[in-house]
Design a protein around this ligand. Sequence first.
Ligand SMILES: [Zn+2]
Length: 385
Amino acid sequence: MTDTTAIPLYVNGPVQNGVFSLASAPGKAVGIRLAAALNALTGQAPVAHLWNTVTLAGDQRHRTAHRQDFPGLPRAEREARQIAAKYTPGPLPQSGVLTDADPAVAVLARTVLEDLLAHGTVRLEEDTVHLCARCGHMTGTGACRACGAAQALPARRRLLTHLLADAPGLPLEPEDFHAFRARPPAQLLHAARDVPDRLLLCRTRAHGIRLGWLGLDDAFVLDPRTGLHLACLAAAHHRGAARPVMALTDGPAAHIAAYGAPVRRFRGTQLRYLLHGRIPYDPPLLDQSFGIHRLAPELREPFTHWYLPLCAARERAGISPARLPALVKFWRRAHLRRPDHPDPSIRAEVASAAARGDFRWVTDISALPHVLPTRPPHRGRAPRR
Ligand SMILES: [Zn+2]
């Protein structure tokens, strides 16, 4: 019997709920599509798509939009409408969406923070911070990032902090990555470790997970970089999965990793990262490649939504545009060699490889034809049995 808690549950990494649609900005959907493909290949049901809503840009949009449309529309509702717009003209995913400010994430955050406070991994400290004289945003040096005002005033505030010295390891280590024989790039490890000795885990935002129960000012929420790790853990807990794996590119990994360090391991659950490269979703270039290789129209969406994300997991440095015609050609060849009855042993081998982050089969013509999806993978259907 398969122990489903041992199979990694793939979840998408950070995607900010900005103003775009997945159809117009497919590059932002790579983590979502990759997670969907890998969960289906490993025999798991689709997982909720994660969206980040705790952003300064979102605060700004809500303030200005509030004056123009739907006065009185709560922030969470505005974020939900904006997420729904991402999927147009299609529906929301059947597996649902989960934001970093969802009540389920807030409940988990409380449990996790209580544990971390009890263990001394995070602390509550009174300290002097600088708050924008105009809008109250906690600023560093320089102009306010929220409103642009130049003047900041010192103020004493209760803060949630994490001292690197209190954590057992470094903020990011090779063991934090999920992949077969893949070493994370040295510059990524270096960038993620290049953080202050004391991390502030609270930020001034109009939307997010409030920390009033810890005695923090109402203006503070949990740092969004920590919050998106908790959203990933919440999605995993919902499914009873102990090994969530977040699919993301190098840049976001370096940006968020240190803030996830205190929460990546929690009561037997361990969150790891799967790095993937970028995909050159260039419509004219794709159309040209489809035309050259006379790829049937019904094979084009599975190529962009299923196959290219898997290629991006194999090619972590990114897929160069020059590679696209060869990948289209290989995709067509794989379909020509598709067997009437896929070999169960090859399917099992691929599932096992997909579970441990080994993607060599993606370009193996003896394996790929046996695991091709039969339905549009963005609808989250499992591959043909
Ligand atoms: Zn300001």
